[in-house]
Design a protein around this ligand. Structure first.
Ligand code: DAH
Length: 340
């Protein structure tokens, strides 16, 4: 028994010295001191000893157990004392260094302006409608009263995918899609925000840009409704002193058609460099929905009338924030984007 214990203590010391980490030390603890550990078993077998031997071996065994616990602790300190010094060296922080700047994400300026436009119109009772960016020639042109030889259909201006399919060049096709889905129910009162695509690229044109389309169809809708709605929009967007004017124009899908100007936000209409001396800034195209478009879309032009408008979001943003190059929106320069 005495021999047994001496051998055990030697073995234990060897094992502990060899251990390299916490896990190995814990395995050793279990092997010697666990429920079925060597030392534990010896203690359990004490009842086989004679009454004279028992106290002697009991004392020795207790010592062995305490030694085992002390050695384990000691080794742990050796290992982890050293390691934490190493770790501290490698993770040392120089608290005198200046902090690293933290750049939180933010909404893109176009998203901000788009959401502002949506808010103004939804507050007036408009619903939001969406349509596909990959569009049929039929919806993009044909149903909008643009005959086959219309210049806007030129391959030079549009991104065609094949003869029938293209990237939409404007959001107006959503007008027809919405009416067809809803007819004959009244009223139709939607805006349709989204991306559009044209083969254009200069300081005021980008091959992808955003538009917001508007459409109202009901009994007795007039040009006065269009003008009132757009006046309210202009004042919400550009300030309560804005005026608007409707300038006669032409679009195949509206009759009559008008381009809408706001009084210049820089000079209030006096005439300056921004408005080219005219006192006015063009912000959108509009008109009374062409009877043919109503008919194609499932409404009777004898019974209902409608107005529509379409605006470029980048143009609105450029005017509102005094940005003179549309490409600044899409070159992803944070020095530009983080200003707004
Ligand atoms: N779709 C036209 C364009 O992209 C803009 C437009 C003009 C939309 C008149 C309309 C409208 O709804 O009535 O240039």
């Amino acid at each position: 028994m005495q021999e047994n214990m001496d051998r055990l203590q030697l073995q234990l010391k060897e094992d502990i010295d060899r251990a390299q980490d916490f896990q190995q030390l814990d395995n050793i603890r279990v092997r010697y001191l666990g429920k079925k550990g060597d030392i534990t078993l010896l203690m359990r077998n004490m009842n086989q000893l004679s009454p004279e031997q028992r106290p002697v071996f009991g004392k020795r065994l207790n010592e062995l157990k305490n030694t085992a616990e002390t050695m384990l602790e000691q080794r742990k300190k050796e290992l982890y004392g050293e390691l934490s010094v190493k770790r501290w060296e490698s993770e040392r922080v120089d608290v005198t260094l200046p902090g690293k700047p933290f750049n939180p994400g933010r909404k893109h300026l176009i998203t901000v302006v788009l959401q502002e436009i949506e808010e103004i119109f939804t507050c007036m009772g408009f619903k939001i409608a969406e349509g596909p960016e990959v569009e049929l020639d039929y919806y993009n042109f044909e149903a909008l009263n643009m005959p086959k030889d219309h210049p806007a259909r030129d391959m030079q201006d549009s991104f065609y995918i094949n003869r029938e399919i293209l990237l939409r060049t404007h959001t107006s096709p959503v007008e027809v899609r919405t009416m067809q889905a809803q007819a004959p129910e009244l009223p139709v009162r939607i805006i349709s925000p989204g991306k559009v695509y044209r083969r254009d690229d200069d300081i005021t044109h980008s091959p992808m840009f955003h538009q917001v389309e508007g459409l109202v169809v009901d009994k007795g809708i007039t040009l006065a409704d269009l003008k009132g709605t757009l006046l309210l929009f202009a004042r919400e967007m550009f300030g309560k002193d804005r005026d608007i004017r409707l300038r006669p124009s032409f679009f195949p899908f509206t009759e009559p058609s008008a381009e809408v100007d706001i009084s210049c936000i820089a000079c209030d209409g006096k005439g300056c460099r921004i408005c080219g001396g005219t006192g006015w800034l063009e912000i959108l195209g509009s008109g009374m929905t062409h009877p043919r478009v109503l008919e194609i879309s499932g409404y009777n032009p004898e019974e209902v009338t409608g107005y529509a408008f379409g605006m470029g979001v980048e143009r609105i943003a450029m005017l509102k924030y005094g940005i003179d190059d549309i490409r600044l929106f899409y070159t992803n320069d944070l020095r530009m984007l983080s200003q707004y």
